[in-house]
Design a protein around this ligand. Structure first.
Ligand code: SAM
Length: 380
């Protein structure tokens, strides 16, 4: 057995206690691309809702893996606005779900217009809307059986419930090889089935689940890998430089393993297309599947500014969006060190990324690739 295999072959680590986006609104304020991808899904969300304006029952909605709620807020606002304008005054219960480590406090404050831009504080703007929170992971059933009208999830279900091993040659499953790559694929397969079975249980018959998830498209593209510099390779390069300089240990390097797996469309749809699978037998059917490319808004602004934006400004805009969701991985890898030391190493890591972009901005971007799945629960 090679040294690398020995290092990676430790016990699976449950990620649910430690994984989180940066709090205090940092995540959504710096993640314009995620907001754009969600806003683009609004027509599909509208089409998925049961048309029952006269119904007495509240409309029960869920936003799975919502983070601080800032990126989906406008979409939910516009949806509710459209319903009210159309004379649909059903009470609405919108439950945000995320991990226990999530910053739910910012979420509740923003929806009530007590924090950030109050423009889309829909709870304040419309009557009959209740905002609830659920801090249990989406691999479990979260609502009573047959109770949910519509579930939505954006950019969240690529997180695996546990890292099956450290990745020793890279930081992400997209760069993993051999047994480590296979273990991630197997974990993601198992997790996806759990996610779907949980949704099958809680959705009402006829209810829909719209999943706008990170994945790998038919051209092999994925987040930060749509031509030009590959973002996860850049993370791995900078992190390994810090190891080779002796700033972090080889174990620190290995521990920085994203608890993520980008599924292909075929991996997403497999349990839905197999009529004998537990998922199909539980009543889920695929309505549609496709991929979506969302251009990196920071790179686009830089390109459109011509000479009016410097490379340093572009770097200072781009790197925080990467940092908003990736920092926990590198921080957690250094959790054995005093907090200040760990923080300054992480700061150095992102400063180096920024310096690289500022020195040569060509090809740097974080374009989004989503696999979009419309799923329905049939009556079984
Ligand atoms: C990149 S953020 C996406 C947030 C938001 N949906 C968006 O599209 O901008 C991913 C979110 O998924 C959450 N998450 C990861 N694993 C989860 C799990 N097992 N259950 C619930 N939420 C999870 C993370 O905590 C994080 O808030």
């Amino acid at each position: 057995m090679t040294q690398a295999m020995t290092r990676g072959d430790q016990q699976a680590r449950n990620t649910q206690g430690v994984l989180s986006m940066r709090s205090g609104g940092y995540y959504s304020e710096r993640t314009a691309g995620a907001r754009i991808a969600i806003n683009n899904a609004l027509p599909m969300v509208r089409a998925a809702l049961p048309p029952a304006p006269g119904a007495k029952e509240p409309l029960r909605l869920a936003d799975y893996g919502s983070a601080d709620g800032g990126t989906s807020r406008e979409m939910w606002y516009r949806l509710i606005e459209g319903l009210r304008d159309a004379g649909d005054h059903r009470e609405i219960v919108l439950t945000y779900t995320d991990l226990p480590s999530n910053d739910f406090s910012t979420l509740f404050r923003t929806m009530q217009g007590l924090q950030g831009d109050p423009a889309f504080a829909y709870q304040k703007a419309f009557d009959g809307v209740s905002v609830h929170g659920c801090g249990t992971g989406f691999h479990s059933q979260l609502f009573p059986k047959d109770s949910l009208d519509f579930g939505f999830s954006a950019t969240a279900m690529h997180y695996v419930s546990e890292t099956p091993c450290d990745i020793t040659n890279h930081v992400h499953a997209v760069g993993a090889v051999g047994e480590e790559a296979e273990r991630f694929a197997a974990q993601a397969r198992k997790d996806w089935e759990r996610i779907l079975l949980a949704r099958a249980a809680e959705l009402k018959p006829g209810g829909r689940f719209l999943c706008v998830n990170f994945g790998i498209d038919e051209e092999g593209r994925y987040l930060g890998n749509t031509g030009g510099v590959q973002m996860f390779d850049m993370f791995a390069t900078l992190w390994s430089e810090m190891r080779d300089e002796g700033r972090i240990t080889p174990e620190d390097f290995d521990r920085a393993t994203f608890a993520q797996y980008y599924r292909t469309q075929a991996e997403f749809t497999a349990p839905l297309l197999d009529e004998t699978s537990p998922v199909s037998r539980a009543g889920l059917r695929l309505v549609s599947a496709g991929s979506r490319h969302t251009r990196c808004p920071y790179e686009q602004a830089f390109a459109e500014a011509g000479g009016a934006m410097s490379a340093a400004e572009f770097a200072a805009n781009l790197v925080p969006t990467l940092r908003s969701w990736s920092e926990t991985v590198f921080r957690t890898a250094l959790s054995g060190r005093p907090a200040e030391e760990a923080q300054s190493l992480v700061d150095l890591f992102y400063r180096r990324y920024e310096d690289r972009v500022a020195a040569d901005p060509a090809g740097h971007a974080m374009d989004y690739i989503h696999i979009v799945l419309e799923i329905e629960k049939t009556s079984v």
